[in-house]
Design a protein around this ligand. Structure first.
Ligand code: HEC
Ligand code: HEC
Length: 306
């Protein structure tokens, strides 16, 4: 018998031995059979067949390398006497090569992301189910419970910047017990603003007022809550055409300009949707909150300044 064939048979026997030993170590063939676990038995059978086929295929090629003499037409180039045959591109190989490129593109773009199981996807689906349950459960809350819920969301999400009492922690964030500060009003007059692109897409143009005395007057008027006896402030408010967008007393106009004479739940929702950059700093958008949570925060913040 040929030496290579003998070696192949030895490899087969050795690998079958290892496989058997591995099965014995994890409970034994008996146990596998007793459970009627034919799937596992089939897998083992498959492995055995694979080992045998591999050994014989390898043997065939090793022998071919030992004995084969090449035929065909040599290419013109050669490297130190080592030449190359002009072989046709094997048809099957070319088809598989092109096929796998197309398949890889499909897999990358659509196959994997669309169809695969993903832990993040499962997590998101779970969260969505939980959120829907939460929304349904808290749909018809009375005002008091809504405020309470707002308070607890606030402690977790907002207090790190705005402080437990919502006073803004010495100017680190806006003081929410008060609608606006003078410096914030001045900041928007001088720079304009277009933070709230979703609810007020037009934004506010800068430099409606340029006289520093008028700017001071209107800032004090707005920040102190539109006091009727502040005639200078009121005059500056009208001179700056502020009323045309914000309304006579800063009550706001839907889609045109926000309410600036106090809080309302809708304004809190607006800020959460787009975030805000202003005189005090930057407030990030909060798009991870549920509808009920936003409503609750609106109720809570509106109540703070009462
Ligand atoms: C063309 C309409 C328009 C006019 C006129 C206008 N505003 Fe505004 N104002 C807006 C809009 C829109 C916003 C929201 C800006 C944003 O998206 O960040 C705004 C925002 C503000 C804010 C900030 C509110 C907040 O909570 O961030 C203040 C304060 C303000 N305006 C005061 C004034 C004053 C004072 C005047 C007059 C000098 C004035 N506005 C004139 C449209 C206007
Ligand atoms: C990372 C810090 C940070 C967090 C967290 C944060 N804010 Fe703010 N917030 C700010 C800053 C800074 C401002 C002031 C922006 C300005 O006017 O310059 C602000 C401003 C505001 C305003 C006033 C916007 C106006 O019109 O003047 C509201 C309302 C508000 N935040 C609500 C919230 C709520 C509700 C939460 C919790 C869901 C929250 N913020 C979480 C930093 C934060």
């Amino acid at each position: 018998m040929n030496k290579t064939v003998l070696a192949a048979i030895i490899v087969v026997i050795a690998m079958l031995g290892f496989t058997y030993a591995a099965v014995e170590m994890t409970g034994g063939v008996d146990k596998l059979m007793k459970g009627g676990d034919w799937v596992n038995m089939l897998a083992i059978l498959g492995a055995v067949i694979l080992v045998i086929v591999t050994s014989f295929v390898v043997t065939k090629y090793v022998r071919q390398m030992q004995n084969d003499t090449a035929t065909g037409k040599l290419a013109d180039e050669n490297w130190d006497g080592i030449g190359e045959y002009k072989n046709e591109l094997p048809f099957g190989w070319a088809v598989i090569f092109l096929g796998s490129i197309v398949w890889a593109m499909w897999y990358f773009l659509a196959g994997y992301p669309v169809n695969a199981y993903s832990q993040i996807g499962e997590y998101n689906a779970d969260v969505a189910v939980h959120d829907a349950k939460f929304e349904a459960e808290h749909k018809n809350m009375d005002a008091e419970t809504l405020k309470e819920m707002g308070g607890s969301v606030f402690i977790v999400q907002c207090a790190p910047c705005h402080g437990l009492t919502a006073d803004g922690i010495d100017g680190k964030a806006a003081n929410l017990t008060h609608r606006l500060e003078e410096k914030s009003v001045k900041h928007v007059i001088n720079n304009g603003a277009n933070n709230f692109k979703t609810d007020y897409p037009g934004g506010m143009p800068p430099m409606l007022l340029q006289d520093p005395a008028q700017i001071d007057a209107v800032a004090k008027y707005v920040a102190s809550g539109f006091k009727a006896d502040d005639t200078a402030g009121k005059a500056a408010f009208l001179a700056g055409t502020c009323n045309t967008c914000h309304g006579e007393n800063g009550e706001g106009m839907p889609s045109v300009a926000p309410k600036i004479n106090g809080w309302e739940a809708a304004m809190v929702a607006t800020v959460l949707k787009d975030g805000k950059k202003g005189a005090i700093g930057a407030m990030p958008a909060f798009n991870n909150l549920t509808e009920v949570q936003v409503k609750a925060l609106g109720a809570y913040v509106t109540d703070l300044s009462k």
